[in-house]
Design a protein around this ligand. Structure first.
Ligand SMILES: NC(=O)c1ccc[n+]([C@@H]2O[C@H](COP(=O)([O-])OP(=O)(O)OC[C@H]3O[C@@H](n4cnc5c(N)ncnc54)[C@H](O)[C@@H]3O)[C@@H](O)[C@H]2O)c1
Length: 347
């Protein structure tokens, strides 16, 4: 399919690599407000053309699929314009800033008979797919708890800490955390059923006026499953961990340093199970450290799920089959973000 990209910043590298390497897509154009950035991306990934105006790109390149990879505040206008042009839309998270905007864009996509999908890439990282299989195989038993934790030292370094050139994400309703909240929400909702009770503590422990919040501690409870969402800039080191606990055992992973720590009933009965778990997980950690050292040398990012997400999305568009992220997935994620931000649920 003829594909184009709008926004050639940080995340575009993952999308452009897929578009360059996949037999499912032909990269007909890239667009960025910065001509240098568009030209560089076009040259690096072999695009058909480089543009600074997406209207011009749409009329000259006629893409069938457009990837929207611009800051969140721009998505509503861009998604509408692309759907109206007749192309399918793959949009970076958060697709919309609230549920109302999401529903408006979804209705437009339906009216135009086009696909609209939000990138939920971490759901397709290998450790999360492995946890899905453990749950499907009944290894953890009925699920009772999940904790999704993102620790990032973004106050002390990096582009979000830049006072002289503030990132546009500081202007989002939940500030910088809004840029990460989609990931935390769809991962929690992957294990916690709908109909939740929600309480959220939003804090700015570091103070000052650049960051609206720098910490979120939230509880979501649905159908007997407790979910906890944590975002902090203050605890170290950087990590993105997911822990899922069932009636038989639990599994833990860090998406920044992929491995699985699995504690479940093992051969040897109740007496030997704790020791077998310790031994198996110890060996697993040693192996994971070698694999992760290799990943570091190759400069692999934690965005590995983007490729699986995009490959499944293109396959579904081609064949008209179920998309890897459904309307219900996007709607419940957007709904949870609204609920977390609602003052009635503030702690
Ligand atoms: N899925 C993930 O894991 C992940 C990771 C990082 C960022 N993101 C998301 O991707 C999106 C982009 O983030 P980023 O970190 O790449 O941002 P970025 O600031 O690095 O890049 C955004 C680019 O969009 C361009 N742009 C803005 N408005 C434009 C317009 N109207 N036309 C053409 N170009 C325009 C800017 O010039 C900039 O180069 C955000 O929604 C962010 O939340 C997702």
């Amino acid at each position: 399919m003829k594909a184009a990209v709008i926004g050639t910043g940080e995340i575009s590298v993952e999308h452009l690599r897929f578009l360059r390497d996949s037999s499912r897509a032909e990269l007909v154009g890239v667009c960025d407000l910065s001509p240098a950035s568009a030209a560089y991306a076009s040259q690096r990934f072999g695009a058909g053309g480089a543009f600074t105006d997406y209207h011009e790109m749409l009329s000259k390149s006629s893409p069938q699929v457009v990837h929207i990879l611009t800051p969140p505040q721009t998505h509503k206008q861009l998604v509408s314009d692309i759907l109206n042009s007749g192309a399918h839309v793959i949009c970076e998270k958060p697709l919309a800033l609230n549920l109302g905007d999401f529903e408006t864009l979804w209705s437009l996509a339906n009216a135009k008979g086009r696909t609209l999908i939000e990138d939920h890439n971490y759901r397709f990282n290998k450790p999360i797919l492995a946890i899905d299989k453990l749950i499907a195989d009944g290894r953890l038993g009925k699920i009772h708890e999940v904790e999704v934790r993102l620790q990032l030292a973004i106050r002390s370094c990096g582009r979000f800490a830049d006072r002289n050139l503030p990132s546009p994400v500081h202007g989002l309703p939940a500030g910088v955390i809004h840029d990460f909240i989609t990931h935390l929400s769809y991962l929690a909702l992957h294990y916690v059923p709908c109909g939740q009770r929600v309480a959220a503590a939003w804090s700015n422990h570091g103070g000052g006026d650049l960051f609206k919040y720098d910490d979120l501690d939230a509880l979501i409870i649905g159908d007997g499953v407790h979910g906890r969402i944590r975002f902090t800039c203050h605890a170290g080191p950087d990590c993105f961990t997911v822990t899922v606990r069932g009636e038989k055992g639990y599994v833990h992973t860090d998406l920044f340093l992929p491995h699985l720590h699995l504690v479940v009933p093992r051969m040897g009965g109740a007496k030997l199970t704790p020791l077998v778990n310790q031994f198996v997980n110890g060996v697993g950690r040693i192996k994971a450290s070698a694999v992760n050292f290799h990943r570091k040398l190759l400069q692999r990012t934690p965005y590995e799920g983007v490729v699986t997400f995009l490959d499944r999305t293109y396959a579904a568009i081609e064949k008209g089959t179920l998309l890897p992220v459904t309307y219900q997935d996007m709607k419940s994620t957007s709904e949870l973000v609204d609920t977390l931000l609602h003052e009635d649920n503030a702690l």
